[in-house]
Design a protein. Sequence first.
Length: 150
Amino acid sequence: MSFEPRLVGFLCNWCSYTGADLAGTARMKYPPNMRVIRVMCSGRVDPNFILEALAHGADGVLVLGCHPGDCHYAEGNYKCRKRLPITKRLVEGMGIEPQRVRLEWVSASEASRFSEVVTEFTEQIRVLGPLKLEDWTFDRAAADAQLEHN
């Protein structure tokens, strides 16, 4: 039996979620592995959300937002773009491959891009295999302290 990754996707309401909806209504093919969490803006994706998703069984986390310069909230996606490298370093420090966390830009009209990104990320996580966290427990206070330090 082959490994099927469990993915969590945080999708911006204004662009990426709409692009995903368009992909669905256009009946585009992409793996069904991702559970979507609709957020108002990629800038509202707290690093703790990503850590909690991984701690609760996700093999990978995908954050999708509006293209830089097109954010409904002006600078939310810039905030996300600055935060994700820090989050990836934190994840790596916990012994988790940083490739399990990914940020991409998908606009409302880019249904095919949405499909491609989800397909590519699913294959990338399939190659990495299941996330094993036997010796790791999520410590919110330590994660918050690390993020404040950076």
